[in-house]
Design a protein. Structure first.
Length: 180
């Protein structure tokens, strides 16, 4: 390959951000220390790996991620990448671009040596083929648990205040009727 393949983020938040695949093994995920670090809640800490083949292309391997890895909207566990593949890591869409696509012309639509440009600024909306990621974070359930706990505490406090109010009313009633 003349140049290293590149990954270009397509989703709105990081649109246009590029990563160059320049090592035998490149890790991708949400955690610091990943070769490709994308801070998005729909991505797992170590979401997937990009592994260079002897031919110079890359294989994408899902790492048991929570929201999965897809290529051209098909869920995968491992697949070799081709020029212009759309990769979805959780809810993040990425374009795989390998500059030297001579061997892959038939598979990728026959661009030959011609340059093709995708201008993301001209798009009228941020339409995505990404399916909705059901679980954006393994910690998503914590908010509901905290809300439930806070409701239980509030109900306990209100119940105790109601009991105190009833006891005060009973004491006032007894005091008035008995005259003591």
């Amino acid at each position: 390959m003349a140049e290293n393949p590149k990954l270009t983020v397509l989703c709105e938040k990081l649109r246009g951000k590029t990563f160059e695949l320049d090592k035998e093994l490149m890790t991708a995920g949400r955690k610091d220390g990943m070769d490709i670090c994308i801070k998005d809640a729909s991505m797992s800490g170590h979401h997937c790996d990009f592994v260079r083949t002897p031919g110079g292309s890359y294989i994408l391997k899902d790492n048991g991620s929570t929201n999965g890895t897809r290529i051209n909207n098909v869920q995968i566990t491992e697949q070799e990448l081709r020029n212009s593949d759309i990769i979805q890591l959780g809810g993040v869409e990425i374009l795989y671009d390998c500059a030297d696509s001579g061997d892959q012309d038939a598979a990728t639509g026959g661009f030959g040596g011609r340059t093709h440009t995708i201008n993301l600024d001209d798009m009228s909306s941020n339409l995505s083929t990404t399916r909705e990621a059901v679980n954006y974070s393994p910690f998503a359930g914590m908010d509901k648990k905290k809300q439930k706990r806070n409701r239980m505490i509030m109900m306990g406090v209100l119940g105790a205040l109601g009991l105190v109010l009833v006891l005060i009313l009973c004491w006032v009633g007894i005091t008035l009727f008995t005259g003591k």
